[in-house]
Design a protein around this ligand. Structure first.
Ligand SMILES: *Cc1c(COP(=O)(O)O)cnc(C)c1O
Length: 397
């Protein structure tokens, strides 16, 4: 058997491949440079243009862009009216921001377990957690695969709840013929460099609801308004009023110029991610040592932010950690998405305990994210497949 790199053998790749990264081209650089030469660095016309274009793409009436996706989630929780005493149901298999935004508003995150096949929040598990204190649901489109948003919306209607879809992974995804961003009350996107498009840091909320739209804009800028229609009095042209305790969560024209230019490439980015996922799937088709993620079908179309394999630990002599370290030694930049949120010491301190969501915990024990970004070459993909099979076969029982 071939010697693993971790045991002194030759790595499958000569250079290290990361798990995710941006794709910046000359058009992006020109777009940002033009802003630097212009009049507005922060809030200018590019912010408005970016919001309008994104709204068109995701099929929403309004989009409000923010300094980052976490700020967008915080603002959405404000707009939804979440406060002390309110419970908000979310998935434990996500980035901490999906639950932290509830804590920012003084609310209480409640974790509902995920479906063992899709790794997305289970609709039945949500239903079990709903009680008189429940105010909202924050379902997550993990890895870019849309959650069961239509069933979740029906549940929310029945119980009068606000749905904030965390679609940080799912720009360009579709479900039941609808674009992600056109279904939930509010949908959040992130433009961190590993996500589908980047603005450096950045995020947005898409909504059809005018009241949410106004609240999102208010909270983004200190809770301050200059809108003559809502001012309590008007002392003159300089006058403005603070109506809420908001934040400075503004996005800049520099970021939005980059975002606009990146949106031109979104379709291409998503298509390439789909190709990579398909190439991985066929590459792993004959291995019983791992489980590949659910495929796209006519109803559910993932935009593949991440490609997460699950190890078949019963057939392996070692655990995820050894496999992970062996893959890194092969120069394959694997990662893990995610540590269940309530495992974090901060959440433990709040009283959350291991055992809360058994399916999520079991999934966490066996998952590894493989490199997935549009700029990967076919050779890169092949080397990752070979590296994974090399390591897994070595540790076969
Ligand atoms: C990236 C991400 C966010 C937002 O993150 P920012 O870095 O603040 O833009 C929110 N939720 C999930 C699941 C994410 O992956």
């Amino acid at each position: 058997m071939v010697e693993l790199a971790i045991n002194g053998g030759k790595p499958i790749r000569d250079n290290y491949i990361v798990y995710g990264r941006q794709w910046i081209d000359d058009a992006d650089i020109e777009a940002v440079t033009a802003i630097l030469k212009g009049d507005f660095l922060t809030t200018g016309p590019a912010v408005d243009q970016f919001e309008k274009k994104l709204a068109e793409i995701v099929g929403a009436k309004y989009v409000v862009a923010f300094a980052n996706g976490t700020a967008a989630l915080h603002c959405a929780c404000f707009a939804a009216g979440i406060g002390p005493g309110d419970e908000v149901i979310t998935s434990p298999l996500t980035f901490a921001a999906s639950a932290n935004c509830v804590l920012y508003m003084g609310g209480e995150p409640v974790f509902a377990d995920v479906d063992p096949d899709s790794y997305n929040i289970s609709v039945e598990a949500i239903e079990e957690k709903i009680n008189s204190k429940t105010k909202a649901i924050i379902p997550v489109d993990l890895t870019g695969r849309p959650c069961e948003i239509e069933a979740i919306m029906a549940l929310a209607d029945k119980h009068n709840l606000v749905v904030i879809q965390d679609s940080a992974h799912a720009l360009g995804a579709r479900i039941a013929g609808k674009t992600v961003g056109s279904i939930a009350h509010m949908t959040e996107f992130s433009f961190h460099p590993v996500k589908h498009i980047t603005t450096g840091e950045g995020g947005a909320i898409a909504t059809d609801n005018k009241e949410y739209y106004e609240k999102l804009k208010l909270f983004r800028t200190h809770g301050i308004t200059r809108d003559e229609e809502v001012l309590i009095k008007n002392e003159g042209p300089w006058y403005y009023e603070q109506h809420e305790l908001g934040f400075n969560y503004r996005i800049t024209d520099l970021q939005c110029a980059l975002g606009l230019s990146q949106l031109d490439k979104l379709d291409h980015f998503v298509e390439r991610r789909k190709e990579i996922a398909e190439q991985y799937r066929t590459g792993f088709l004959n291995s019983e040592l791992l489980v590949t993620p659910m495929r796209n079908d006519t109803r559910v179309v993932s935009s593949w932010h991440l490609y997460v394999i699950r190890l078949n630990l019963e057939l392996l002599t070692v655990g995820r950690r050894e496999i992970f370290e062996a893959l890194r030694a092969e120069n394959i930049g694997v990662n893990v998405h995610y540590i269940p949120v309530y495992y974090h010491p901060y959440y433990k301190k709040l009283g959350y305990k291991k055992g809360l969501c058994p399916a999520s915990e079991a999934i966490y024990d066996g998952i590894i994210s493989l490199p997935m970004f549009p700029k990967m070459s076919d050779e890169d993909i092949d080397s990752v497949i070979s590296g994974v099979l090399k390591v897994l076969e070595y540790y076969r029982k």
